[in-house]
Design a protein around this ligand. Sequence first.
Ligand code: BGC
Length: 755
Amino acid sequence: MIIDKVFSMKYIYTTLTMLCVLTANAQRKPIESRVDSVLTLMSLEEKVGQMNQYNGFWNATGPAPAGGDAATKYQHLRNGWVGSVLNVQGVEEVRAMQRVAVEETRLGIPLIFACDVIHGYKTLSPIPLAEAASWNLDAIEKSARNAAEEATAHGLNWTFAPMVDISRDPRWGRMMEGAGEDTYLGARVASARVQGFQGSDLSAPNTMAACAKHFAGYGFVEAGRDYNTVDVSAYTLQNVIFPPFQAAVEAGAATFMNAFNTMNGIPATGNQALIETLKETWGFQGVLVSDWGSISEMQAHGFSRNLSEATAQAANARCDIDMESLAYVYHLADLVRKGVVAQARVDDAVRRVLRLKFQLGLMDDPYKYCQNPGEWTPSSSPWAEDAQNLAEESAVLLKNKGILPIVKGQRIALIGPMAAEKNSPLGNWRVSSEDHTAISLQEGLRSVKGFKSLDVAAGPVFLTGAINFPTEASINTSDTAGLFQAVRSASAADVAILAVGEHGFQSGEGRSRLSLHLPGLQELLIREVLKVQPHVVLVVYAGRPFILPEDIQAQVEGILFAWQPGTMGGPAIANLLMGRRSPSGRLPVTFPRSEAQIPLYYGAYNTGRPGPISEVFWSHYGDGPNTPQYPFGYGLTYSTVSYSKTELVTLEDGTLALNATVSNTGKVEVDEVVQVYMRDHHSAYGVRPLKQLIDFRRIAIKAGETKSFTFILEMDQLSVTDAQGEKHVEPGIFSFWIAPNSVEGVPATMDWKIE
Ligand code: BGC
């Protein structure tokens, strides 16, 4: 693109100075002094430009703000008023835009290229919630590593991941993007993902900056409705919501993102107290980016009178980059001139952005992330094998009355909307991938073989319209065409595999649901099949827990929960069904019996009236149980595994440890997720949950083998954080379980006194 530029003496002088700065910089001065040298050259507008982020093409991952057409954005880019972009990808596109920034702006500062690389770039791993169900931190880290390798080869250097929001409400569609309901598991996964994306060297051409989001509390939107109000106590914030964010800071996350919601009545993007915790208390030195339009949205929240006020509030709260509000670019320089926002505040933000550019190596080589991406399809890429492994390790066997693994040589009817589906298994958050690139279950089964025949019938049509990232799913609830054929196929088979679920585009951002039941006519389909075929296995695809009516729950012989398993879901699930591998996933989130129980999570407090007692005066429902359908941590294997009683021992050096033995009493090797829970029975700093995960280990155990486990207790695991953020370890009664899930196990209890 040719642009007119007035070559004034000042321009030539500054360009030469910039060249000298970059050359000197290339001689590896410490980053801080390199940042300072650049900063001194910048005008106020150019500084504000580093705080402005634009989307590369409209409507990609959020609604378009008024007044930001492409021509204007390009002009802003040439003016040096843009510091980073999102959703520009592909080596050619990135090079073309980077060239404008480097060659046509006064200072030639390169752009950062950001994108939501959530669970893969084109080769998709299972959705993040599914990955968490593997409890395999090495595999999760590797998955992020792989995603970074593929994304950086396409020009990207900043991902808006991981989402580390704890969520206890499966109505919220974004539960799929996190690690579930548990703070400890969430913190471990957050750290693994940050390390995976960033590696040990951010400047390497195959690592990218991570972004811990959404700071903070977004997972607690009221009623599970996306973008809704959040109203949580400071105690919950400290003990439940913050720890995964703190883990991300400790793991070195280069960036954070504000949440859309309010916290204590103040939108997170303009919330000084919240951001002070991040930048002061935790000492976060990185970049804080707003969420898409979240500065502008402070007007709709009723916090800001107009965009100028929102700009001042966000900048003064220390939000460093404005993503798609067009707030900073139009208002911030004026506000600095008027003294409403301090120049030092802008300088601090720009320093953070420039520092990141140096850390990424962009200041030395603006095109370093434009490697050759290679010629492969997602399912034949170098990352496909890892993606398949995680799809296998994340599927959770919920029920098995001897039907799985499927006996060889049988006639199989594969029925349901997900049977041949190649798009839905990719999930929702995959802006860079191509549609329909998943290997379907049908294809997977055909490649794995082991059956006499495979008859495939979709059943009633599932969707009544096109579905994609920004459109609402329209589901067929009346047209039963296809039902008869599916039932006939089931009756002619020895076993029916029903591949059901919600569409990948029914979970994710903006996709809250009132009902967790299988959408459309799927329950009807299952019931009709059950009338002619007793041997039914459900394979359920979903981005959140689902609810199955009791009659279906009781009659089906097996349930394998596959989540949205990604590119390689087909062969992965086929391997599990046909017994090539035992399922090993464990639920990272509680499955309720009814939506009315939500929020339902294992780490609840006891209440003052836990009951049960004969009168009604205890904490319960008169018309149904308190208990979940499937608890946190739950999952079966193709073997039987037994746990000894948990023992509490004092080691020679005085440290406390927990011991237990775990025996594989069945006939096949399995991967067991050994979980450690604790209860602190009394805490004057704040009541503690009935159970709290404090450690876990995923380990292979051969048939007939017994393994001993020792878990050392760290004082930090016994601590409680008060509402002000102070940690305390208080003597008292503690119970510990080494157990297969959050409801089983025999505890060891100690009365810990300090003499
Ligand atoms: C989401 C973020 C995402 C951003 C950019 C927003 O709507 O909440 O998680 O990173 O869009 O795509």
